[in-house]
Design a protein around this ligand. Structure first.
Ligand code: CMX
Length: 440
């Protein structure tokens, strides 16, 4: 059987030819125009980046290499006796654009297990960090510390030719992804469980092993949750902050460690990945303030208080999506199957009934529907992972799959250093003076 690396290499030349043809023959065809609102307003909708591993439709949601989440839950290989897809499978799909067999997934599990050991100098560094440092800071620091291992950096120093960049990046990516569950579990056990660590189980798949090393429950459904969670958070096309940052930093030929660490710093923002912890914090406060599961009327008032206090309803709204996020739906289905009577799930469901209407009346957000972060916390909480400051680390472990699969492609295709144009406020004002809009 060809290895994952051999299969990837076989795809590079034809893909490179397609991209070069587009650039050479159609390089001056416009695919997007830019207005002043987009320059000032966070570059919304400007097409300015190549990202092959996933594509987002504002109404349908994410497709990973053309497959929707319900399709992938059906088609990707499962663990023996399991019903949720294996993250190994989604990585195979994202990297190669092909659905894997169970055998392909087993080979990736084995490869990652071999590369998963954390070096002692990393553990020493992690042990030196103050325990109350936010888990995302610890996660990003650990990834950055591992940069010492970078094959790309080592070979670049040894005059590696451009044609080898993908190979060194592939090695870095596989070494790094393999270690992420161990890093995450180490942070968790050190921060919240008195430093009593749990040895990895080399027989388990990547997601199940993370569940095992966290040690919050023996319930096999938690392993299933981890597998599902790690699949659905893996990618959301290239323009979101964590993906774009990883790609941008990588474009300077900073290696996978630098790139992912930077991407994780972006994920740690409350408008992005940190929203999953904020949702749980907001729900916990709400239940405490209202003395238990609220009525709809109480919840509605609580939401207005949040909005009138100048704060956002965490887990709602999206820069691109304009309907309920299918990642939310997948998690809701999981909850309906495994914890339909759980009080916190009832609150999350009630928020789903009330929030879109309140946000629509509030009249600011372009999308009153829930995003991925509105649901994940309650599932984790149910199984005993109650330390919600840690939740974004789960997101980060998963997000690595997509952004690093794309990073290997970035180097294989020889994509250049990223350098969009910025302008000053004065430049924009002068531009408007010179190009006054037609009177309405
Ligand atoms: N609650 C209250 N107000 C909201 C809101 C929400 N959930 N979502 C958007 N708005 C507000 C914005 O703050 C903005 O207000 P101002 O005009 O005062 O600046 C206005 O509505 C318009 O925003 P928008 O164009 O609809 O949304 P953006 O593209 O600017 O921002 C997002 C998108 C996700 C940052 C925003 O919806 C938000 O803050 N949501 C809450 C945080 C959250 O859940 N983030 C996670 C997103 C998913 C992820 O990346 O993990």
């Amino acid at each position: 059987m060809a290895t994952l690396k051999e299969k990837f290499y076989a795809k590079v030349a034809p893909m490179k030819e397609r991209v070069q043809k587009l650039s050479k023959e159609f390089g001056d065809v416009n695919v997007s125009s830019v207005n002043v609102g987009q320059v000032v307003g966070g570059a919304r909708d400007i097409i300015s980046m190549l990202w092959d591993v996933s594509l987002l439709d504002k109404f349908e949601g994410i497709r990973f290499r053309g497959f929707s989440i319900p399709e992938l839950r059906e088609k990707l290989p499962k663990a023996p006796g399991g019903t949720e897809p294996l993250p190994e499978g989604i990585f195979h799909l994202l990297l190669l654009g092909e659905l894997p067999t169970a055998e392909d997934c087993a080979a990736i599990t084995e490869e990652w297990q071999k590369r998963s050991v954390l070096p002692q100098y990393l553990l020493d560094t992690m042990n030196a960090v103050a325990k109350d440092t936010h888990p995302m800071t610890q996660f990003s620091l650990a990834i950055l510390q591992l940069q010492r291992e970078s094959e790309f950096a080592r070979r670049y120093k040894e005059k590696m030719p451009k044609s080898q960049y993908w190979d060194a990046t592939y090695e870095d990516v596989m070494n790094l992804i393999a270690k992420l569950p161990n890093i995450a579990a180490y942070i968790y056990r050190r921060s919240y469980k008195g430093g009593k660590h749990i040895a990895p189980n080399l027989k388990l798949d990547w997601g199940a092993n993370l569940a095992h090393m966290l040690g919050v429950t023996d319930d096999p459904a938690f392993k299933e949750l981890m597998r599902l969670y790690l699949c659905i958070h893996s990618d959301h096309e290239g323009g979101n902050v964590s993906a774009h940052t990883t790609h941008l930093v990588g474009s300077a030929l900073s290696d996978a460690y630098y790139s992912l660490s930077a991407g994780m710093d972006g994920l740690a923002g409350p408008l992005h990945g940190l929203a999953n912890q904020e949702v749980l914090r907001w729900i916990q406060e709400l239940v405490k303030d209202l003395g238990g599961v609220p009525t709809k009327e109480q919840l509605e008032k609580y939401m207005w208080d949040t909005l009138n206090g100048g704060r956002v309803i965490p887990g709602y709204g999206h820069a691109v999506l304009r309907k309920t996020d299918p990642r939310y739906v997948a998690q809701r289905e999981f909850a309906l199957k495994h914890m339909p009577d759980y009080d916190l799930f009832k609150v999350v469901s009630m928020v789903y009934e009330v929030a879109p209407d309140v946000l629509t009346k509030h009249g600011k957000t372009k999308n009153p529907w829930p995003n991925v972060d509105a649901h994940s916390g309650v599932l984790l909480y149910y199984y005993g992972a109650v330390e919600y400051d840690f939740y974004t680390v789960f997101f980060g472990v998963s997000r690595a799959l997509g952004v690093l699969a794309q990073l290997v492609w970035d180097r294989a295709l020889g994509l250049p250093i990223e350098r969009p144009k910025s302008v000053t406020t004065e430049w924009l004002e002068n531009f408007i003076k010179e190009h006054p809009p037609a009177a309405k």
